[in-house]
Ligand binder design. Structure first.
Ligand SMILES: [Fe+2]
Ligand SMILES: [Fe+2]
Length: 257
């Protein structure tokens, strides 16, 4: 990595994510558009979670905040979709991801039962706070990586403004609706679950890579040489032979019969 690529404005703790994201967003062809298409589904999923919370909360004063939050997430989804479409070329993977209407359910972004009813108000607010902070941090890294692309940079700036509101209100409301002890436990549970899910995703991908390597080795070391050997030992077939006899085929067939 040369010095012009170094993320001078970012803290040291963001550098591993920056380096990984640099590979995905800047080096792998088409990945930036695909990532944005995936984000458009994630943001839509968050919007649906917030709309469910609007319906399910018993706290009237929180309804308006959840609703504003839902509108922000649905707007982010639209923004990512538009950027993905603008960056996608031809029949790319990004376009397929955008068009995939089952993406949210298939990737577990939302389940049939709403996040709010699974967690309850306190843990839901803890979840929003933890995940919004994480999302804001990631978007800060991506904004730095893509700062030369004015449209994408503007999009990330606008999203970052909204995320600051999401972080601030969820933290304030968590402190308001819960005692400090249960609120801390709720945050710990959310963080623990997040770590567990990250580990499960990582081990699943690692398993896929290891299985692919074993298959390649199996083919290269066992099946490949046997296939070549079998081809070498197989008697050569004469196949169809072109006749030099100039007489018409019907006449030659009559003689053979
Ligand atoms: Fe968002
Ligand atoms: Fe958000």
């Amino acid at each position: 990595m040369n010095s012009s690529l170094a993320p001078a404005a970012l803290p040291l703790s963001s550098r591993p994510l920056w380096a990984l994201s640099w590979l995905i967003w800047r080096v792998l062809p088409g990945r930036a558009a695909t990532k944005m298409a995936e984000f458009s589904h994630t943001e839509a999923g968050s919007g649906l979670d917030m709309l469910a919370a609007v319906e399910e909360t018993h706290r009237r004063e929180l309804r308006i905040k959840y609703y504003r939050h839902a509108l922000d997430e649905l707007k982010h989804s639209r923004m990512f979709r538009q950027r993905a479409t603008a960056l996608a070329t031809g029949r790319s993977r990004a376009r397929a991801v955008i068009a995939d209407s089952d993406y949210i359910l298939e990737h577990g972004i939302n389940t049939r039962e709403s996040l709010f009813s699974r967690l309850g108000e306190v843990e839901f607010l803890a979840f929003v706070w933890v995940h919004e902070r994480r999302g804001a941090w990631q978007f800060e890294v991506y904004a730095d990586l893509l700062k030369e692309d004015a449209d994408t940079s503007r999009m990330f700036d606008e999203i970052a403004r909204d995320e600051r509101f999401h972080i601030a209100y969820s933290k304030a409301e968590l402190a308001r609706v819960s005692e400090p002890g249960p609120a801390r436990w709720a945050v710990l549970r959310v963080r623990g679950r997040r770590l567990w899910q990250t580990w499960m995703r990582f081990s699943h991908r690692l398993g896929e890579v290891v299985a692919s390597l074993w298959l390649i080795l199996l083919y290269g070391l066992l099946l490949g040489p046997f296939s070549l050997l079998a081809r070498g030992l197989e008697p050569r077939s004469g196949g169809l032979v072109r006749t030099e006899d100039p007489r018409p085929a019907a006449l030659r067939a009559r003689e053979m019969g």
